[in-house]
Design a protein around this ligand. Structure first.
Ligand SMILES: C[S@@+](CC[C@H](N)C(=O)[O-])C[C@H]1O[C@@H](n2cnc3c(N)ncnc32)[C@H](O)[C@@H]1O
Length: 216
């Protein structure tokens, strides 16, 4: 994967992240071996810090994969008896995620909904303090329309992979058709969340690009 910041700096920053519990390093190993894309440890650290600072209790995640980020989020909200609802479309990953959630002893703190976020989000009746979007990037704009009303005022919307390995700034002629469409959609999404009058947004070149938006 192409890094969006200097690779040596990224390596150095990753080295500063404290040692993770065994269950998390085991998940990092599984993800690397099975080509499952999960947030890097320094992004996990940043996310958990955001949960702590914001005091979030009710958390929604779009894109569980094997529940690596999910478990970090649940731990971060643990002292407030928080709850994470997470959505995953892929059967095999959802099975692995359930196994990891069970191993972490977090079955009562995490609800995994298996299916397409486009079908599931409109059915959600709750409001959330913190929403982490880490799924199909091309759908972020659509997700936003459904997620915004479900985010409480003062709540955070965190969108991952918004720089698409730098493709948001790559000239169209250097991209394949699908990449071009995805890059255009991401640029539109970033434009929208950074100029939306109901949000305050900062975009950071961390991991694959992470946008943090607070609902006013
Ligand atoms: C980048 S991975 C999530 C990684 C995870 N958040 C972590 O850091 O540990 C994205 C996941 O989103 C899932 N996904 C993609 N599109 C989706 C959709 N429309 N609805 C639900 N899940 C989706 C994929 O199957 C994949 O497992």
């Amino acid at each position: 994967m192409v890094t969006i910041i200097n690779e040596e700096i990224e390596h150095y920053l990753r080295g500063l992240v404290p040692e993770r519990p065994g269950i998390m390093t085991e998940m990092e190993r599984y993800a690397a071996e099975n080509h499952v894309s999960i947030i890097p440890p320094e992004v996990a650290r940043f996310l958990t810090l955001l949960v702590h600072i914001s005091g979030a209790r009710d958390i929604l995640e779009i894109g569980t994969a094997i529940a690596y980020s999910t478990i970090w989020l649940a731990w971060a909200a643990d002292s407030r008896e928080g709850h994470v609802t997470t959505i995953e479309i892929n059967d095999r990953r959802a099975r692995k995620a359930r196994e990891n959630i069970r191993t972490a002893g977090l079955e009562d703190r995490i609800t995994l909904l298996k299916g397409h976020a486009v079908d599931i989000i409109p059915e959600l009746q709750d409001r959330y303090d913190f929403i982490f979007v880490d799924a199909a990037r091309g759908q972020y704009g659509w997700f936003f329309e459904e997620l915004y009303p479900r985010l409480r005022p003062g709540g955070l919307l965190v969108s991952d992979n918004v720089l698409a390995e730098g493709r948001v700034i790559t000239p169209d002629e250097d991209l394949r058709h699908r990449q071009k469409t995805a890059a255009r959609r991401l640029r539109d999404y970033l434009q929208m969340i950074t100029s939306h009058e109901g949000l305050e947004t900062a975009v950071m070149p961390m991991g694959d690009g992470i946008a943090v938006s607070m609902k006013k």
